[in-house]
Design a protein around this ligand. Structure first.
Ligand code: ATP
Ligand code: MG
Length: 468
């Protein structure tokens, strides 16, 4: 964080000083976990139902060295900045810090799948151009977002932020906290459709990202997703279409995949063409890498350097298309971080591509947050697995049963689907089943298949690094 006095800080969040020295300097970090507080830092106390941050306020000062505590009720002997709503205050503080950093470019991205992946790709490119702050993992909500923004300081040139939404207005709020100059919309799918009600509502919410752009900003839009393309009408900023559509200004042509599902393509841009060879697996990384390329070109990276840099990109956030070989000759695709129909479709295509001459096994768990679309979403995924010719399907847990139903309903499928009650049963089944040469995909919503992926990793040591 940039250094601010307690008085400046209180003014930024519209707070009232109680027991705090106005001139005391806060240098950061700003933390809401009291164990992470460091000397010079600010502790933010959230009132909670189970845990009340105010109970840790005194310790954050005496043990952690916090200069002050931002909270909503007074704690005896603790220097405080009092506000009504510490969450909102955290957002206002982040905004105040960013307003004091005119040399900083905020890059915001959203989409139904691939935000974290693309955020990581963009940050690996921008760091070549200047100091970059990007959060680890997701950090895309009203807490993680300002928390990350507050790590920017006078040296930071680029802040790369993923903006998530569970409803209308969420992204608009995140853009008030950290207004992007460059916005990237990856796709509009059905994740969180349970909360939104319809794909149209999801598009409406995601489009809030481009609405707030300044006229000198840039909206990077996926040319291959009609709902994203249509967002061009919702922004005052310049737009650039990226994708494989013929009219995309930044385009991939002649896409081929190697036996690990890594794409090569010719990158076509207004500045010329260059060959690209990605080191990360999955056809869907073509679109993600094009979005990252558009950002890097906008920020002035020369095309030749960009094409070379794209080939070096990894996937630092865990459990996303992490492909690794075991010493027993089994290849595992750990994509177990999360699942919805779109990302499962992408992963099944990757599995089928990598398994063209190998036996393929998909271990699929329940996909959460699909609301009314829940049954159909699962059925369609099972159907696709069968249509792609996946050899064996292990469906984990009763909730995921419609995946099994969808697969076995495909009449000419030569494969087999097995329902297992839980992850331990899936691991036991795999232990019996796996043969050298097999390719196994593991995918489900959050913790629902993590154990399976971890067991596959632990059971035979890696003989080759993954794509991280
Ligand atoms: N462009 C894409 N299209 C479809 N699936 C994708 C795409 N990019 C990444 N994925 C897959 O989607 C899943 C989630 O990826 P990632 O964590 O990058 O998305 P996210 O949008 O940040 O998700 P969350 O909303 O949970 O934060 C992973 O399985 C990943 O491989
Ligand atoms: Mg994410």
């Amino acid at each position: 964080m940039i250094p601010m006095t307690v008085a400046e800080l209180a003014a930024a969040v519209d707070g009232r000083l109680v027991g705090a020295t106005p001139e005391a300097l806060v240098t950061g970090p700003v933390e809401f976990d009291s164990r992470k507080v460091r000397p010079g830092g600010l502790f933010v106390a959230f009132p909670g139902e189970k845990v009340d941050g105010h109970d840790y306020a005194a310790g954050a000062v005496s043990d952690g060295g916090a200069v002050a505590v931002l909270g909503s009720r007074q704690v005896d002997g603790v220097p405080m900045v009092l506000v009504d709503d510490p969450r909102a205050a955290l957002g206002r503080l982040a905004r105040a810090v960013l307003d004091r950093l005119p040399a900083l470019t905020v890059i915001g991205l959203t989409g139904s799948s691939g935000k974290t992946t693309t955020k990581d790709l963009i940050a690996q490119l921008t760091v070549r151009l200047g100091a970059t702050v990007a959060p680890p993992g997701s950090f895309n909500n009203e807490l993680g977002h300002p928390y990350t923004a507050l790590q920017a300081d006078a040296d930071t040139r680029f802040l790369v932020l993923e903006k998530g939404a569970r409803g209308l207005g969420h992204i608009r709020y995140l853009c008030e906290v950290a207004p992007p100059r460059i916005a990237v919309v990856i796709n509009v799918g059905s994740s969180h459709i349970g909360e939104f009600g319809s794909v149209e509502a999801i598009a409406e919410a995601k489009g809030e990202l481009v609405e707030g752009l300044p006229p000198d900003g840039l909206a990077v839009l996926n040319a291959d997703d009609p709902r994203v393309r249509a967002m061009a009408a919702r922004t005052a900023a310049r737009t650039v279409l990226v994708g494989e559509a013929p009219d995309a200004e930044i385009r991939a042509v002649d896409v081929t995949l190697d036996d690990r599902g890594r794409a090569s393509y010719t990158l076509v841009t207004p500045a010329g063409q260059a060959p690209v060879r990605l080191g990360i697996s999955g056809r869907h990384q073509v679109g993600n890498s094009l979005a990252a390329a558009a950002v890097a070109l906008e920020l002035g990276m020369p095309l030749a350097e960009l094409a070379e840099a794209l080939g070096t990109l990894g996937l630092p956030s865990t459990r996303r298309m992490d492909v690794f070989d075991r010493t027993d000759g089994v290849t595992v695709i750990d994509d177990s971080y999360n699942a919805n129909p779109a990302s499962t479709t992408a992963a099944l295509h990757a599995l089928a591509g990598m398994g063209a001459r190998r036996r393929t096994i998909a271990v699929l768990g329940y996909m959460a947050e699909l609301g009314e679309y829940e049954r159909d979403g699962h059925v369609e995924v099972g159907q696709l697995a069968a249509e792609l010719g996946v050899d064996r399907l292990l469906v984990v847990g009763e909730l995921a049963t419609p995946i099994h139903d969808g697969a076995v309903a495909v009449a000419d499928w030569g494969g087999e689907s097995v329902l297992v009650t839980d992850q331990q049963a899936a691991v036991a089944e795999l232990r019996r089943e796996l043969r050298p040469g097999d390719v196994v995909l593991v995918k489900g919503s959050r913790y629902r298949t993590w154990e399976v992926a971890d067991a596959l990793r632990a059971e035979a040591a890696r003989s080759e690094g993954g794509s991280r």
